[in-house]
Design a protein around this ligand. Structure first.
Ligand code: LMR
Length: 394
């Protein structure tokens, strides 16, 4: 039977990770995969996570299964972090998932279960795996304009024009904050316009929030998702703990499904549990449990927030340093957008050839669409990158 298998398309981000690992050059710079690195190039276990893990090791006396939805305390803690009290808890069904990707996958499956011919509108560009999973599931993908290649900001007019074409029951996938891969984001006035449009067309928002706390702050980064979730009848939210808790390999995420009317929650909850059972049965627990411990313990939570804030401000500092270095070298403001963007990524807007040149001539690795991971930089590598960008002619 295996002879019928054909080669599957490689994931561009993971492929780049591999190429970087195999590059023997000293001083190579990895700005590829979206993983936070500190100034020494390490992806640390956050202090509060380490402390919670220690406590868990000491106190946990069973590894018996949790429920299909995971530990309800995890759902409560994450709902509180993402939505605060913007939506009544009784209207929210939620299940733990293996990472944000698990939540995204389950959300797409739920949408297809509800509407077999569902279409999913995705930003152009979006995280490549969104499109890959949708294609794999046989769900129709429609792109809406998002990134403006000239300004490197959002082409809001184009976005609104394209989203007006979504129909009742179509899903509109939005990035809650820190857009991946561009770093360009909507302001709250624009979010309100999107909400009005969703309500006008009857399309259903699905919000992927994987970088809460990496943009303007924990509360600020949740403002859009809270606005949307509290203003539309139905909404799906895929939240990841990978980045803001630094628990990447533990696969920790939550899918929320919000109904207009609390009487639908039981059915939604049952459907989400069913989908978990079909795909992997019980979701992973370790990451979810330590995240819950951190969020529910005031001292651990305060320490986590302080460390997350250090991460956020260090990335902002690197953005500013890179923008000003490029301003000095280019004698122009054309790289000012790097300081305006938020989150882990910025899209430079350079051709694939120039990105390849950066890799081949300067051992600088970024994704082919010119997305760079700001957290892959440090104070010393910023001037090296800036010089290389100018040298290759970006
Ligand atoms: C990224 O966009 O680099 C991250 O979300 C990691 C991944 O799984 O692609």
């Amino acid at each position: 039977m295996f002879e019928t298998l054909t080669e599957q398309p490689a994931d561009k981000i993971l492929q780049l990770m591999q190429m970087y690992r195999e590059d023997p050059r000293e001083g190579k710079i990895d700005l590829g995969v979206g993983v936070y690195k500190d100034a020494t190039g390490k992806t640390p276990v956050m202090r509060a996570i380490k402390a919670a893990e220690k406590k868990l090791w000491e106190e946990q006396d069973s590894k018996a299964y949790t429920g299909l939805a995971g530990d309800p305390a995890f759902a409560d803690a994450m709902i509180n972090l993402v939505l605060s009290d913007s939506v009544a808890r009784e209207n929210i069904a939620a299940v733990a998932t293996p990472g944000g990707t698990g939540a995204v996958r389950q959300a797409f499956e739920l949408a297809r279960l509800a509407k077999s011919d569902v279409r999913v509108f995705v930003s152009d560009p979006t995280w490549p795996n969104h499109v890959s999973i949708l294609k794999y599931l046989g769900i129709e993908v429609v792109t809406y304009r998002y990134f403006d290649g000239e300004t490197r900001g959002v082409n809001f007019e184009g976005m609104v024009e394209d989203l007006a074409k979504a129909g009742p029951g179509d899903i509109v996938l939005l990035h809650g904050c820190c857009h991946n891969p561009t770093g360009a984001n909507l302001n709250l006035t624009q979010w309100q316009e999107v909400v009005d449009l969703l309500n006008k067309t009857g399309s259903v928002p699905m919000i992927d929030i994987a970088y809460q706390g990496f943009g303007d702050g924990l509360e600020e980064d949740a403002a859009a998702v809270r606005l949307v979730a509290s203003s539309v009848p139905e909404c799906l939210i895929a939240a990841s703990c990978s980045k803001n808790f630094g628990v990447y390999r533990e696969r920790t995420g939550l899918l929320m499904s919000i109904a207009a009317d609390a009487s639908k929650t039981k059915l939604n909850q049952g459907t989400l549990a069913f989908l978990n059972r079909q795909n992997y049965s019980f979701p992973p627990d370790h990451g979810a449990r330590v995240v819950t411990m951190v969020l529910n313990d005031p001292a651990l939570r305060a320490d986590w927030q302080a460390e997350l804030e250090e991460v956020r401000t260090s990335m902002l500092g690197l953005r500013e340093q890179l923008a000003s270095e490029l301003q000095r070298l280019s004698g122009s403001d054309r790289f000012g957008f790097i300081a305006q963007h938020r989150g882990m990524f910025s899209r430079l807007g350079a051709s694939a050839e120039l990105v390849q040149k950066l890799r081949e001539d300067h051992a600088i690795y970024m994704v082919g669409d010119s997305r760079l991971n700001i957290a892959g930089l440090n104070k010393t590598s910023v001037p090296i990158l800036a010089e290389a960008i100018i040298k290759v002619g970006i």
